[in-house]
Every structure is written in C-alpha cells, then in structure tokens.
Ligand binder design. Structure first.
Ligand code: PLP
Length: 429
C-alpha cells in the first residue's frame, strides 16, 4: 500500500470577519444559552503567552486564561509542536486500539497526583469527568446519592448539572433525585445531610477551591473533617480539580494546601493547555469497580495526550507552581491595598493565581454585579481581560496564564487602579 502526503498549501489567511458580522451569525446560529462577556466584544484572532490580539490588531493582557485552561500560555510552541508532530503521525484511533501517548499520560498522572490515585479514565470534557466519577462512586458503593456543595460548578451533563450548586448553571427543569447540597465549608451542615440520608450517599464531590462559585477556599480543618466523615460512612470523596488543578493555586493540585487526598480526582482544562482532554483518576479499590466495558471515542486521543504530556513537562521544567505563588503574592498584595482604600471592594480571596475581588454596594455591602461589569469593561478598554464569578456575579476574577511576568502583573494592577474610581462616577441602581 502506498501512501502519499500532499504538499501543504499555506494560503494567506482570510481577513477577520469582525465582531459585527460574528454577532449577527451568533444570534441566529448558536443556541441562545451561549452568552459572551462585554457589550462590544472584540473578535479574538490570535494569542501568544499572556497576550491575546483582536481583529483590529489591539493587544490584551489575558487574565482569565480561557477560564484557567491556558496555564502554560497561549500557543506555547513547547506544547503545540509535539501536538503537531502527533497530528502528522497518528491523529485518532479511540480507546479500543493500543496507542502509546494515552498510556504514558496515565502513568504520569498516577505519579503526580497525590495519595494512592493510580488508574485513569480519559474523556474529552470536564463534565464527562465529573459525571464518570459520580457513576464510578455509585457503582463502587452500590448507593445512589451524591452530596455536593452550594455554589459548586461540576458541569453540563445531567448529573453534573444537578450536582452544581449555582442557580445560573442549573438548567435542568426536572431535577434528579438523590442529589443533596450542603453549605461549602460548614461541617455541621454536611453532617446533617449525611444523617438525613442514611446509607444513601455514594459520594461527596467538592472543588477544593470553588471557582465559578466566587473563588472560595474553605476554612482550615474543613477538608480533613470531610475525609473523616467519608471514611466513617463508607462514602467516596471526589475532588473536582478541573479548575483549581495544574498549579493554578501555587501547588500542582489545590487539595495539597489542605493535606487531604480524595478517592477520585477529576481533571481537565489546563491538563491539555487548549487541547480538549479530561480524566478521572481513582485509587485501586475504587477503580476496580469500573469493570464492565467502557470506552470514550475522543478520550485519550493521541494528539490531546501528546499535548498533555508536553504541558506537564513545561509546567515542571519552568516551575510554574513557583511563578503562580510569586505572581499571586504580588497581585494579592495590591488587591489587599486597594480593598483597604475603597468601600466598594470586599476582602480579596483565593490562593496563588486564582484570585477574586468582591465588588460591593457600600451602603449595605451586598454584591454589586452592575459595577463588577463596569470594571470588567473598563479593564478591557485598558487592554486587560479579567473574569467574573460568584452567585451574585460580583467577584472580579483573576486567573492569568501562569507564565505571567512581574511587569505584566504590574500592568494589570495599574489598569485596575485607574478603573476602580470609575465606579463612583457610574449612576447607582
Ligand atoms: C470545577 C469545574 N468542574 C467542571 C467543569 C465543567 O467542565 P467542561 O466545561 O469542560 O465540561 C468546570 C467548567 O468550568 C469547572 O470549572
């Protein structure tokens, strides 16, 4: 059999369609649920490191990383080149064939994840990872129940959406039974839920640091107590590290801050640095319950697995954990200073480069979503893209690529200092 690779033609790229045209297509061709940030969103056409460029050639400092996916920076050649090589060699087979990258990645995850986590199942999105993890817990315990926390986000599939505790992301008109919520950080409330559902609970699922819930770390001692409760009641502990993992908080996994290891951990986002890959990894006894046939068409795809391996190499050889901690301290100190000087700002929160700044109505210290939007727009106008999270949509959120440099954090701080006074000028209400 003869194979030939055609010459690759590189034509001049077409000029960007522009935001107006794209918004018109979006309005008729995407489901109405797909929303975007900004009144006049720019068309993003390219990225490099921490910088995104729009259709008009304007550059933005990216402080949200595509919701903490691009931890190793945009279009990082140390990751894209191995992925391109893999694309040229073997692009896809699915899990029913034996290929090497997925197995190298599984071995690597077993080595770098905490505790006795050792067997992975690969899939393509975070929702699939949390859904699969909860299914595994149900199979393992032969129980139907899940306890999740208020303000958690676990995904869009049915069970993951039901476990989600943020109203805006709970779109299921027919909520599933056996899914219960406890207050995040409140061990008494968690004990109450377990007590009220004896022998029903298969798993407790938690983000070690809540992301979309508003960048919330639990009080000291919370997770050690959760671990004890799980052991006492035969409940599987699932950590959803999809957002907080891969050095975002200054440690490889956020659970390391709390000294607690789960029975199953869910991973995605920054694992592939822009290539869609996700996994859940379990301890040997739990994983052994996943014994009927299972496959995932795109799970562990060789290109995504090669990208993930290169991503992990890059994180290690460039010590992104240390940079996240150092740049996080730099930004946190500035946020603390600004919060102390403005009644419109609440106490900054988060760990490493997963930081949130509450925007409040000074009259009653309640969430001020309108002024958070105003700040988001003002930052964009100054060339900085930040995020917003929290049940009140008022937590201005900073999760830049972990390759961010000191002078770039200073640029963000300057833009924020210029923008904060604009909140006083805006009409109330
Ligand atoms: C903590 C957490 N879990 C799960 C998900 C769902 O991931 P995906 O959008 O890849 O399905 C997200 C997405 O933001 C998340 O932040």
């Amino acid at each position: 059999m003869k194979s030939s690779t055609p010459e690759i033609q590189t034509a001049d790229p077409a000029p960007p369609a522009g935001p107006e045209k794209l918004l018109e297509i979006k309005a008729r061709a995407l489901m109405p649920c797909v929303y975007h940030f900004y009144k006049d969103p720019p068309q993003i056409v390219s990225g490099s490191g921490c910088v995104l460029t729009d259709h008009a050639g304007r550059e933005y400092l990216d402080c949200y990383s595509g919701v903490t996916v691009m931890n190793a920076g945009h279009c990082n050649p140390a990751i894209t080149e191995p992925a391109i090589n893999q694309i040229r060699t073997l692009q896809h087979t699915t899990t029913i064939y034996l290929t090497e990258p997925i197995l190298r990645l599984a071995e690597r995850l077993a080595r770098i994840t905490p505790g006795d986590l050792c067997r992975s199942f690969f899939c393509a999105s975070g929702s699939e990872a949390t859904e699969g993890a909860m299914m595994l817990a149900a199979r393992h315990t032969r129980r139907p129940g899940i306890v999740a926390f208020n303000n958690a986000l676990h995904g869009r599939t049915r069970w993951a959406m039901n476990a989600t505790g943020l109203d805006m992301w709970r779109g299921d008109p027919f909520p599933l039974p056996h899914v219960h919520h406890a207050r995040f950080g409140d061990i008494d409330d968690l004990e109450r839920v377990i007590r009220e559902h004896p022998d029903e609970i298969a798993a407790i699922i938690a983000e070690p640091v809540q992301g979309n819930g508003g960048i919330v770390a639990p009080p000291d001692g919370f997770f050690p107590r959760v671990r004890e409760l799980c052991d006492q009641h035969g409940i599987v502990l699932i950590f959803d590290e999809i957002q907080s993992g891969f050095n975002r908080t200054g440690r490889l996994f956020a659970c390391e801050h709390f000294g607690v290891t789960p029975d199953i951990m869910c991973l995605s986002k920054a694992l592939g640095n822009g290539f869609p890959i996700a996994a859940f990894i379990a301890t040997e006894p739990v994983a052994r319950s996943h014994d009927t046939p299972g496959a995932s068409t795109h799970g562990g795809n060789p290109v995504c697995a090669a990208a993930a391996l290169a991503t992990l190499d890059y994180h290690e050889s460039n010590n992104l954990a240390a940079n996240a901690a150092a740049r996080g301290e730099q930004l946190r100190a500035a946020l603390d200073r600004m919060a102390g000087a403005s009644p419109r700002l609440g106490e900054p929160r988060g760990l490493g480069l997963m930081l949130g700044l509450p925007i409040l109505d000074p009259a009653n210290r309640t969430p001020d979503a309108a002024r958070c939007d105003l700040l988001l727009e003002a930052l964009k106008d100054r060339g900085v893209l930040a995020g917003k999270t929290g049940p009140g949509r008022n937590i201005l959120t900073f999760m830049p690529p972990l390759v961010i440099e000191k002078h770039q954090v200073a640029t963000l701080i300057d833009a924020l200092e210029e923008s904060i006074p604009l909140m006083d000028e805006a009409p109330t209400g």
